[in-house]
Design a protein around this ligand. Sequence first.
Ligand code: TEU
Length: 552
Amino acid sequence: AEEKDWWQTAQFYQIYPRSFQDSDGDGIGDLKGITSRLEYLKDIGVTAAWLSPIFKSPMVDFGYDIADFYEIQSEYGTMDDFRELIAKANALGIKIILDFVPNHSSDECEWFQKSLRRERGYEDYYVWHDGKLDADGKRIPPSNWLQAFRGSAWEWREERQQYYLHQFAVQQVDLNYRNPAVVEQMKRILRYWLDQGVAGFRVDAVPVLFEVETDENGQYPDLEVSGTTDDKDDRTYLKNNLVENRPETIDMVYQWRQVMDDYQRIHGGDTRVLLIETYAPPAYTMQMYGNRSVEGAHLPFNFNLITVLKQGVSATTVQEAVDEWMKNMPAKRTANWVIGNHDQRRAASRYGVQRTDAMNMLVLTLPGASVTYQGEELGMIDGEISWEDTVDPAACNSNKSIYENFTRDPSRTPFQWTAGTNAGFSTASKTWLPLAPQYQTLNVDVENSSARSHLKIYKSLVELRKSSKTLQNGSYKYKALAEDLFVLKRFLNGDDTIIYVANFGDKTVTVDLQSEFDATLPSTMTLKISSLDSTKTLGSDINPKSIIWLPV
Ligand code: TEU
């Protein structure tokens, strides 16, 4: 097997800056806080950390609404703080990756203010439209498109006497990628942050970058509607190629890759990477990688372990999720594995706490890059956020009786460092989101000092991953041997074979690994997983036999 580039075997870690570490006691995480915790990242083997947006923002969507793409949000720190963070991270061998949010800017962005006034050069920075007239001659939005947070995707502005498009909140205005000035501006932003020493970008909400063009009458087509706007899945009717998953978007990703490669060619240094957020059908997502003649994203995120496993966790669904990526991925590309992020409920809560280790280990043993969302290594579970404490725009746009279907707050609660005040996250009397209730028993300190914990298992696996050529470069074979039992074998000529066996169910299963996996193991093994009992304290719910991995 050929030598891999750094990102192909990287252990990526997503930091949600608002909730990682507060250094100045305002209840909000910040850059100095992250810098003070870099040794922890080093300790758990992280090779590259991706920071959710740290740029100037009114924080309607907690940084995914950027008012100035060239500035740091003051509550997070200064440019000097950022430089210090990069310098220390690099000294520890950790690369820093920033979030690039290309689809929209905040309505407080100066570009939008100029566009509102039709200032020269900014007239077409956003997607503006007159709207249309209904049967009674009343003005209505240009089309029936919906935003991700419920409600129309169009907003009227008196000043301009036009509607603007917003695929997310009203304050997140869609940039117009059919305007070359916008395309150039956004590339400038990429180069600006590369100049600051970042190792690449996680690119936000890519599939919605482009929408269909207006027709010969200057109109946007309506979409076929089903369901009501109160349904969580209402937006699924938008799953089409009119407002998302357009070919123009794929080409833009290829152009951004060119920016990365050109930069490296001119300035040298390690490969600058692009990680792409795409919740899209495989046929679309896989084009993000590029094709025979052009390079695309290094890694389009693989969300199958989130989306496919929504139907329930069993070895057969795990196999389905892994298959969906490996069987669709073009030759010579690198896979990656994600089980959570700031938009999803906590992995431990979704899969069941007793499957925490099985899932973490899966992510770290499958071929390719691994991605860990802060707290997954501890088995952090969802916070409990009342309607009164709810701040996520996706939920605030709903109401007290249904907000839990939309809220993303539970996976964004402060990181749990210690059993002390605010879990060691902050000295403030009130943190921006309440702590998850279990922090006194579920935190870094406790898990580091117990003989066996999610964190310890995570760390020992990371060590194996770092030292094992098999895990880095080896071939693979995987299969669900029974409904509940998933087996993955990694092997490499002249090196150790590693076998991952996980029982995702609650019954004892007896399997024959010898015939299926040609493993030099006792010909039958009995594997058992403890029963689903969330009242158990940390440690006791981890059955040593639940997961076995071993060099043979
Ligand atoms: O998410 C875009 C996305 O694809 C959705 O999953 C989105 O999170 C969901 O529809 C909301 O209910 C990205 C960011 O990860 C997310 O945090 C931002 O809110 C969004 O883009 C807008 O920038």
